[in-house]
Design a protein around this ligand. Structure first.
Ligand SMILES: [Zn+2]
Ligand SMILES: [Zn+2]
Length: 131
């Protein structure tokens, strides 16, 4: 029970800090405060410092400590699922490349056929080697 209370107050604290940071009129102060906040994990309950190594999430652009780097853990699970779904619904690049190469092969075959046809026609036209 007491754990939940502490976590809640921590969340409030961080939110308040963020509000303070963004509401300040002094730009340098804002940047400084945001920078300081940026040095901790973006996970709202986490106070791990990320000065040395932060893992940026490609879904929310947040910087996280290794513990919360996984999208599923810090709340980007939905974004991941959407992304997976998008990949599933739309043919992936490999497939299109395969199709493309198939079309290319067909085109090449057609071209070769046409060339051969032209050659045989030319042969009948008597334009072949004389002498
Ligand atoms: Zn994320
Ligand atoms: Zn963290």
């Amino acid at each position: 029970m007491s754990v939940t209370v502490t976590e809640k107050s921590q969340v409030k604290n961080k939110e308040k800090k963020l509000q303070e940071a963004t509401s300040s009129k002094n730009l340098e102060e804002v940047l400084d405060k945001v920078k300081k906040l940026d040095n901790t994990c973006s996970f709202i309950k986490c106070k791990n410092r990320t000065n040395d190594f932060a893992i940026e999430c490609k879904y929310c652009q947040g910087r996280f400590c290794p513990t919360h780097a996984l999208p599923e853990i810090h709340g980007c699970g939905e974004a991941v699922r959407k992304d997976e779904r998008r990949k599933y619904l739309h043919p992936n690049i490999k497939l299109t490349e395969e199709k493309h190469s198939q079309a290319q092969t067909k085109l090449n075959m057609k071209l070769r056929q046409m060339q051969q046809e032209r050659k045989s026609k030319q042969g009948f036209g008597g334009k072949g080697k004389k002498k």
